[in-house]
Design a protein around this ligand. Structure first.
Ligand code: GLU
Length: 294
């Protein structure tokens, strides 16, 4: 395809898009180094701060990200896009999808969703999607009058995508993954995903996909744990009629115990290693040693 061919011949635009919810651990540092290396000397490397979760993101973690990445020798384009500054823009994007009848308000609490799943006929473990429990669709069929009544009553609500309808209007979708090859998008694995949370007019899927398009990212690199998210991102690109980037999902680092690093399980941070006397080359060598080779 001409456009695809031309695009891949151009130096890529890549990005590292951390959420500032903790100090940069080795797994995230690897992701940043991977994205910068994928841009190469001719491409462009962007840094985006995905801080829409006001309850978990903290300014000191954001400041530490800049400092630690610079210490590792990375440079990126400025200004850095900070998602928390763009809620008005995301709200407009959400309003567009809502106008097209593709969203519905969901008033459920986490506890209600769990209860509904526990009471369902099939086994709860069959109802786990990539984002956690698959939403059982409780609010999908509420009448307009009932939606209005609850909204007027002041009940908080999220906005969910009518995934099947959206998928039907978009038709069959694929994307190219450098490691996995041609992929067929199956957004239904998420059921009706949240695109606007109760507290902010955006969600990870919405803001990340929108920003990748807005910033002209042509090669999305990120951990293989995010492959499932790409199914829904591909659908959003089709709804917005924006270009689909290439994807390159990298392996996740594993610690000496064979367990994957994540922010939740006390993985070593760049900061702690640095304060313990390591220099950047030591840390990069440590990361290299922990990239799974098979
Ligand atoms: N902000 C996401 C995270 O920190 C990454 C999003 C992405 O690379 O698509 O996990």
């Amino acid at each position: 395809m001409a456009i695809g061919g031309m695009r891949s011949a151009l130096p890529p635009v890549t990005r590292f898009a951390p959420s500032p919810t903790g100090f940069l651990h080795l797994g995230a540092a690897y992701s940043a180094l991977f994205a910068a290396a994928a841009a190469g000397r001719k491409g462009r490397f962007l840094l985006r701060i995905e801080g829409i979760d006001g309850g978990r993101c903290r300014p000191e973690f954001e400041a530490a990200i800049y400092e630690d990445l610079a210490w590792l020798g990375l440079t990126w384009e400025t200004p850095v896009r900070r998602q928390e500054e763009h809620f008005a823009a995301y709200a407009e994007v959400v309003a567009g999808l809502n106008k097209d009848g593709l969203l519905y308000p969901c008033f459920c609490t986490r506890a209600e969703i769990q209860r509904e799943i526990a009471g369902a006929a099939s086994a709860p473990h069959l109802q786990l999607g990539p984002d956690g429990p698959i939403y059982p669709g409780t609010c999908r069929h509420l009448s307009h009058a009932e939606q209005r009544r609850r909204i007027d009553e002041g009940l908080p609500y999220a906005l969910r995508l009518r995934t099947n309808e959206a998928r039907a209007s978009a038709g069959p979708l694929t994307w190219h993954d450098d490691g996995l090859g041609e992929m067929t998008a199956m957004p239904e694995i998420f059921c009706d995903v949240v695109l606007a949370r109760k507290d902010v007019p955006a969600s990870y899927h919405l803001a990340c996909t929108w920003d990748d398009a807005l910033q002209g990212v042509t090669l999305v690199t990120r951990g293989e744990d995010l492959v499932p998210a790409t199914h829904i991102h591909r659908l959003l690109q089709a709804l917005w009629k924006v270009p689909t980037p290439r994807y390159r999902h990298h392996r996740l680092l594993v610690g000496p115990d064979g367990k994957k690093f994540s922010k939740r399980d006390q993985a070593p941070t760049v900061r702690a290693l640095r304060e313990g006397g390591c220099d950047p080359a030591d840390v990069i060598a440590m990361i290299d040693a922990q990239v799974p080779k098979i």
